[in-house]
Design a protein around this ligand. Structure first.
Ligand code: SF4
Length: 321
């Protein structure tokens, strides 16, 4: 194959020149912004419809709902103060002066429009902040919220991350997600109508899901067409319903080798232009219960790399766009 700077034109994508097997976020940011950009996690103290009773209570079975109470996470209430803190910490570690404010915990579109606008604008006022990433659920995206995001996206870089987890309704039910696949597809279509840059999250290794089931999820992701993708393995943390199932021996998270094969299956089908933001979930002591490889730095990355090499494969190998 001819090597080109473009992707999807029959040539080798630019990110493969460095030996990468998938398109990492760092390479995307470099291409998009001409240099290093890092994400700062922002907790704007939104609630979650699957916890506060809007669609359900108790949350997804893998979610530590206790964490979603006031005063959680970062300790700093104020969005501005969190960004200050994030910039200070990242500058200590990296030579970086541009940032994306990542509205991360809970459901960051689940609030009245004026509150959403006010909180997003606090981040956007900062000259160092070049854009927003907003994590949410498919059932928290009414049209007026999508219109607001589209309005912001006309001025600033914006990525909307809509959680899917699986294209299998039985798995979504088991996870107690509180929405089905059709709700996800509807939200994605309405967001795409507005030209929004979309990302999604998928969990691999759900109980009862075969490699073919996970490939079906991969195909739905391809069909809908996402700018970015985060893959997580199923892992168990304390204070969750999943922890109780795991302790009772009713659930077993995937082995590292099985997970790596599932990731390669998934990425082979994706477009080479989809940015891969994550290839595994992260959790550490004392919260993590299983699998123990979750806590080993780079374990998933190395295993995925080995699987890609053994299979002589890469992201997009079987993409039929
Ligand atoms: S949607 Fe997110 S915040 Fe809400 S319960 Fe599920 S994992 Fe937790």
């Amino acid at each position: 194959m001819e090597e080109t700077g473009k992707m999807g034109d029959g040539g080798v994508p630019f990110w493969r020149r460095s030996g990468a097997r998938y398109f990492p976020l760092s390479a995307y940011f470099k291409r998009e912004f001409g240099g290093i950009v890092r994400k700062i996690s922002v907790d704007a103290h939104f609630s979650c419809p699957n916890i506060d009773g809007t669609v359900g209570r108790g949350g997804c079975i893998y979610c530590d709902a206790v964490s979603f109470s006031p005063g959680r996470f970062f300790g700093l209430d104020d969005v501005d103060a969190q960004i200050d803190d994030g910039i200070r910490q990242l500058r200590r570690r990296f030579d970086v002066d541009r940032f994306v404010a990542y509205f991360q915990p809970s459901t960051n579109t689940h609030a009245p429009l004026d509150e959403l606008r006010r909180k997003y604008e606090i981040a956007l006022r900062r000259p160092e902040v070049v854009g927003l990433a907003i994590g949410t659920r498919p059932d928290a995206l009414p049209d007026p919220v999508l219109d607001l995001l589209a309005e912001i996206a006309r001025e600033k870089w914006l990525a909307l991350e809509i959680g899917l987890q699986s294209a299998n309704d039985a798995t979504l039910k088991f996870f107690n997600r509180g929405h089905d696949v059709a709700t996800f597809v509807d939200a994605v279509c309405r967001a795409k109508e507005r030209g929004l840059r979309l990302g999604t999250h998928v969990i691999l290794g759900a109980p009862g899901e075969s490699r073919d089931d996970m490939r079906r999820t991969a195909r739905l992701v391809v069909e809908l067409g996402f700018h970015s993708l985060k893959l997580h393995h199923l892992y168990v943390v304390r204070n969750t319903k999943l922890a109780r199932l795991w302790e009772a021996g009713k659930v077993e998270p995937p082995s590292l080798d099985d997970y790596a094969e599932a990731v390669v299956d998934f990425l082979e089908l994706q477009s080479p232009e989809t940015v891969i933001e994550r290839i595994s979930g992260e959790a550490s002591e004392p919260y993590l219960l299983a699998p123990d490889w979750t806590a080993k730095k780079h374990a998933a990355r190395n295993a995925v790399d080995v699987a890609f090499r053994r299979r002589d494969s890469w992201q997009g190998k079987f993409y039929r766009g």
